[in-house]
Ligand binder design. Sequence first.
Ligand code: PEP
Length: 254
Amino acid sequence: MRKPMIAGNWKMHKIISESVALSEKIKNTLEKNVHVDVVVCPVFTALNSVYSVLEDTDIGLGAQNLYWEKEGAFTGEISPIMLKDSGCEYVIIGHSERRKYFSETDEMVNKKIKAALEIGLTPIVCVGETLEEREAAKETAVINAQLEGAFNNIDINDMGNVIIAYEPVWAIGTGKTATPQQAQQIHQFIRQWLTDNKDNEVSAAIRILYGGSVKPENIKELMDNEDIDGALVGGASLKAETFAQIVKNAKEVI
Ligand code: PEP
């Protein structure tokens, strides 16, 4: 059985003191939850301070991006080892905002996944179609291409350490959630892709999260579907009570 996961993507929100306060509040609000993995992904500057708050808890720490080189003349970038050094276990890779605003390609996503896996960080790899692509009925073709690019030449043995997040771009930060049926259909497509291109074992083990305007009110009906193993949450992860309620509601589905 796949252990559900709720991960919070704080995006470019909160200075260090605010991140510490939020993580303390999350820590104090969450019940002990052995059945749901909980992860928070603050901005780079707050990672280590949040780590100090969470290190004695089960709540995991993730970054929102990395660069694939170990070190060197890459001004403004951050390496996998630096994230590890800050206390990270996870890293979001290929978020649609990075693809859109920073021109990240599937090839770059692939390099980032390899670099994360090499150092022992668990990548949360985002895929998803735009509204135009969905309206043109191209969503599965787009996701197929993103999966092929992202997981090109990634060993089956490493795939067990990967998490995938399906995030339809039209549902991110818009308040517009995919229906549970729409989400399940793509999650099933992704799982089938894993069976066809990796193997059955990998396909059955990988957690596929849904992302796009998840809130306490819709997490249950999303997670009621066989292939939806949790959520990557943006806006609703910025308030401890709301985030904790999503985790609580996710737990009730198990
Ligand atoms: C995200 O940023 O990954 C996301 C899903 O955002 P939101 O929940 O705000 O739609």
